[in-house]
Design a protein around this ligand. Structure first.
Ligand code: NDP
Ligand code: MG
Length: 387
């Protein structure tokens, strides 16, 4: 029996993780957390009977306490509750499917308690990878990637630890706007941007895929997870999303992982690593797949991707500025307050204007996050007020 604490259980990755739990009776849920969706949280709590649940706000926690009072489940709220869920004595592994930098502190707390991490929450590694990776080594915990590309790379590296990696081939679908010019992107709507061709995901990552900022975040995630220099990471646009990523070794051999676009596979692999388990549903069939194609990314039109390489090359708190600016810009875009092209524009401006620091501590990272939000608020002040 493996006990699991799921941070962000009501989201896209969280609900798919619970469907993996449904199919594997040796997984037991000990804690669940969400932001505001307390009606789904009540259903999940009744079904999976965790010891603890956590929601964002104290008012929602009170409502949920009333709703769950016959169950004996403890209901907590806020960062304190998230950390309690991430550090529960009973949990063997913590699956981080929360969205955004809010995942940093619970992830660090879980590692300090010796919990293995199944990591979907890439923003945490992008901004605090230089703290998290050494901490995980110190506490001898595994960070098991859930992001499909990183899971693929991780799978390709099995049995190859001693071999020299020449290149990580990080695949990208290209999103809904692949092939469009900058001018064409001036008029795209929120609805267009939310229409991902291959994957059904939460709103934030869907917008990140449309700007290709998601791939930028993944470049930084790969660098921390696999300890490779940026020069060895090549983004490859592959519109079919069948090759989930690949590794090229020094002899030129390319080893890749293929599959249908189904997040349950990387979730399952992270939870049962190094073992594979049966997964329900259709298995991929090469005759049905037919052909796979590959293209170079358009770094000029989708310059949010180029900015990620720039941020990673600069280092220090620049990846945090990049990420925080993107988080705030995407939130504003989702609220209809800024246009699609203002997302990379705000990231770029923030990278120039927000105070840089070289070797950020956790406090510096959290302060940089706030500074970036304040900078964006000041730039968008009129828009935010007028709304
Ligand atoms: P969703 O938006 O679908 O879910 C996010 C989860 O986090 C929900 O449970 C949400 O609760 C909770 N949450 C949001 N804000 C807060 C907050 N302030 N405090 C506490 N909890 C909060 O996101 P996804 O599942 O799509 O993505 C989760 C993470 O996984 C992201 O980092 C993403 O980049 C990564 N990822 C996702 C993939 C996917 O296929 N979806 C693929 C690869 C990586 P509530 O429902 O109440 O709002
Ligand atoms: Mg991914």
């Amino acid at each position: 029996m493996k006990s699991i604490s799921i941070l962000g259980s009501t989201g896209s990755i969280g609900t798919q993780t619970l469907s993996v739990v449904d199919e594997n009776t040796d997984l037991k849920v000990v804690a669940l957390t969400c932001g505001k969706n307390i009606s789904l949280m009540e259903k999940q709590a009744r079904k999976y009977k965790p010891k603890l649940v956590c929601v964002s706000g104290e008012e929602d926690a009170n409502s949920l306490r009333v709703a769950l009072k016959d169950t004996g489940i403890k209901v907590t709220s806020g960062m304190e509750g998230l950390i309690e869920a991430a550090t529960m004595e009973e949990a063997d592994i913590v699956l981080t499917a929360i969205v955004g930098m809010i995942g940093i502190r619970p992830t660090i707390a879980a590692i300090e308690k010796g919990k293995d991490i199944a990591l979907a929450n890439k923003e945490t590694l992008v901004t605090a990878g230089h703290l998290i990776i050494p901490l995980a080594k110190k506490h001898q915990v595994s960070i098991l990637p859930v992001d499909s590309e990183h899971s693929a790379i991780f799978q390709c590296l099995q049995g190859n630890r001693e071999n020299t990696v020449d290149k990580i081939l990080l695949t990208a679908s290209g999103g809904p706007f692949r092939g469009k010019s900058y001018e064409e992107l001036e008029h795209v709507t929120l609805e267009d941007a939310l229409h991902h061709p291959n994957w059904s995901m939460g709103k934030k990552i869907t917008i990140d895929s449309a700007t290709m900022v998601n791939k930028g975040l993944e470049v930084m995630e790969a660098r921390w997870l696999f300890d490779v220099p940026l020069s060895k990471i090549q983004v490859t646009v592959h519109p079919q999303s069948i090759l989930h990523s690949a590794v090229q070794f020094e002899d030129g051999a390319i080893i890749g992982q293929l599959g249908t676009p189904d997040m349950r596979l990387p979730i399952l692999y992270a939870l049962f690593y190094p073992h594979r388990r049966e997964l329900s549903g259709e298995k991929p069939d090469l005759f049905d797949i037919g052909s796979l194609t590959f293209e170079k990314p358009d770094f000029e039109t989708f310059y949010g991707l180029q900015l990620a390489f720039d941020a990673a090359n600069t280092g220090g708190n620049m990846p945090t500025i990049y990420n925080a600016a993107n988080e705030r810009a995407v939130a504003l875009f989702l609220q209809g307050r800024i246009s699609f092209l203002e997302i990379p524009e705000l990231i770029s401006k923030s990278m120039v204007e927000v105070d840089f620091c070289d070797d950020p501590t956790l406090e510096d990272i959290l302060e940089t996050e706030q500074n970036t939000y304040e900078f964006i608020n000041s730039v968008c002040f009129r828009k935010i007020k007028a709304y």
